[in-house]
Design a binder for this molecule. Structure first.
Ligand code: B1M
Length: 221
C-alpha cells in the first residue's frame, strides 16, 4: 500500500473513531505529501461520516459517537477550508446560507459554503437552527442573489416551506433564487415546497446557483 493510501485509510479510520489529533496530523501529512484537499475530503472524510450514519442507523453508534466523529472531521476541515476556498476570484454574487430551525447539522452546509466561496461567492452564513425571520432579515440586509437552506432531518424539512412562505410574505420571493439541500432532501420535495432548485452536494450547489442566477457560461468555462 502506498503512503497516500495509508493516509486516506488512516483518515477514514480515525474520523470514524472520532480521534481528532491523528486526523489533524494525517491531514497535514497528506497536504505536505502533495495530496489534493478535495481528495482528502471526498476519499476519506466524507465516506467516514457516511459510515458513521450507517452505524448510527443500525444501533452501533449513538449521538456521542456521531458528535466526536463530526468533531474529528471538523479538525481536518479547519485546515482544508482555506485551501479549498482560496482562489482569489472576484466576487460573483452573494449567497445567504443557513440550516433550518430545529436542525443543528452543519457539516454539509459548511462544505457547500466552502465550495461557493471557492467559486467566488460572498457567503453569509447564518449558522444553524435559523428561524424564518432571520432568513428574511438577512435577505433585506445583504440583498443576495441566492439563498440556501439545509436540513438533515425529515422532521425539519418542512421548515423549507415555512421559510419560503415568510420570504413571500415579506415581498422578497422574486428577489432571490432559493435552493434547498441536505441528506434527506430530494428534487421532488424541493418542487413541493416551491424552491427554485435542489442540490444533492456541494459542487452541484455551485453549479445550480450559477445556472439559476444566469452565470451559466461561467459553469462551462
Ligand atoms: Co445526526 N442524523 N442527528 N447528528 N447525523 C443524521 C442526519 C441521520 C441520517 C443519521 C441516521 O439515522 N442514519 C439521522 C436523520 C434521520 C432522518 O431524519 N431521516 C440523524 C439524527 C436522527 C439525529 C438526531 C435526531 C439524533 C438524536 O438526537 N437522537 C440529532 C438531531 C439534532 C438536531 O439537529 N436537532 C442528531 C445529531 C447529530 C450530531 C450533532 C451528533 C451530528 C452533527 C454534527 C454537526 O453537523 N456539526 C450528527 C451527524 C454527524 C450525523 C451524520 C452521521 C452525518 C451528517 C453529516 O454531516 N454528513 C448523519 C448521517 C448521514 O447523513 N448519513 C446524521 C456529512 C455531510 C458532508 O453530508 O449529506 O454529504 P452530506 O452533505 C452534502 C449534501 O447534504 C448537500 O451538500 C453537502 C456537501 O456535499 N447539502 C446541501 C447539505 N446542505 C445543503 C444545503 C444546500 C445545498 C446542498 O442549500 C442549497
Amino acid at each position: 500500500m502506498s503512503r497516500q493510501e495509508e493516509i486516506l485509510d488512516g483518515l477514514y479510520e480515525h474520523t470514524l473513531n472520532g480521534e481528532v489529533t491523528p486526523v489533524v496530523e494525517l491531514t497535514q501529512e497528506g497536504l505536505a505529501f502533495g495530496m489534493e484537499p478535495l481528495t482528502l475530503l471526498f476519499d476519506a472524510l466524507i465516506p467516514a461520516l457516511e459510515e458513521v450514519g450507517r452505524l448510527f442507523e443500525i444501533g452501533e453508534y449513538f449521538v456521542p459517537e456521531m458528535l466526536i466523529s463530526a468533531r474529528a472531521m471538523q479538525g481536518a476541515m479547519n485546515i482544508l477550508k482555506p485551501l479549498i476556498a482560496e482562489t482569489g476570484a472576484k466576487p460573483i454574487g452573494t449567497f445567504v446560507m443557513g440550516t433550518v430551525k430545529g436542525d443543528i447539522h452543519d457539516i454539509g452546509k459548511n462544505l457547500c459554503n466552502i465550495m461557493l466561496e471557492g467559486a467566488g461567492f460572498v457567503v453569509v452564513d447564518l449558522g444553524v437552527n435559523v428561524p424564518p425571520d432571520k432568513f428574511v432579515a438577512a435577505i433585506i440586509e445583504h440583498q443576495p442573489q441566492a439563498v440556501g437552506m439545509s436540513a438533515f432531518l425529515t422532521t425539519t424539512m418542512p421548515m423549507f416551506k415555512k421559510n419560503i412562505e415568510a420570504i413571500k410574505e415579506a415581498g422578497l420571493r422574486d428577489k432571490v433564487k432559493i435552493l434547498v439541500g441536505g441528506a434527506p432532501v430530494t428534487q421532488e420535495y424541493a418542487e413541493v415546497v416551491g424552491a427554485d432548485g435542489y442540490a444533492p452536494d456541494a459542487s452541484s450547489t455551485v453549479r445550480l446557483t450559477k445556472e439559476l442566477i444566469g452565470l451559466t457560461e461561467s459553469v462551462a468555462s
